[in-house]
Design a protein around this ligand. Structure first.
Ligand code: FES
Ligand code: FES
Length: 153
């Protein structure tokens, strides 16, 4: 058993984990951040995406012990007035919503690295995320709208 410290959306958690405990399970079961979802469980859908120090991580593949001391952001940590969240709402970029937390975090990562992405860059950055409802056009528009919203501030 290993004692680790995770800061999730600004709240510090002290957690005892086995060597093989997944970050996904700690986030859902201990931190209570159930927006972090298991889709495929093998790193192929993006539903479990979180940000660790601003960088996207597939939490279904990540060993929690490796994230001792990390600052993690999940969708629960995004304010409703957040530019990306507001743009997803305005563009109706959700149907069942299962995939949306992962898309929100990937979109935030993209815009922090590249505030003015081209359409192709948006597509490329989000290509690892799957939406089984096929909401891709709305999600794509929402990311472009969030970039515009930031540009005029
Ligand atoms: S559940 Fe982690 S990538 Fe699909
Ligand atoms: S909105 Fe249903 S899976 Fe994406």
């Amino acid at each position: 058993m290993n004692r680790i410290t995770l800061t999730v959306n600004g709240v510090r958690h002290f957690v005892d984990v086995e060597d093989e405990t997944l970050l996904l399970d700690v986030l859902r079961d201990t931190a209570g951040t159930t927006s972090v979802r298991e889709g495929c469980g093998v790193g192929a859908c993006g539903a479990c995406t979180v940000l660790a120090g601003g960088t996207s991580v597939s939490s279904c593949l990540a060993l929690a012990v490796r994230y001792d001391g990390a600052e993690l952001t999940t969708a629960e940590g995004l304010d409703e007035n957040d530019d990306v969240v507001s743009s997803f709402v305005d563009c109706n970029a959700a149907q069942c919503g299962y995939c949306i937390p992962g898309f929100l975090l990937m979109s935030r990562e993209l815009l922090s690295e590249n505030p003015h992405p081209t359409g192709q860059e948006i597509t490329d950055h989000l290509e690892g995320n799957i939406c089984r409802c096929g909401t891709y056009p709305e999600i794509h528009r929402a990311v472009a709208a969030a970039a515009e919203r930031r540009a005029i501030r």
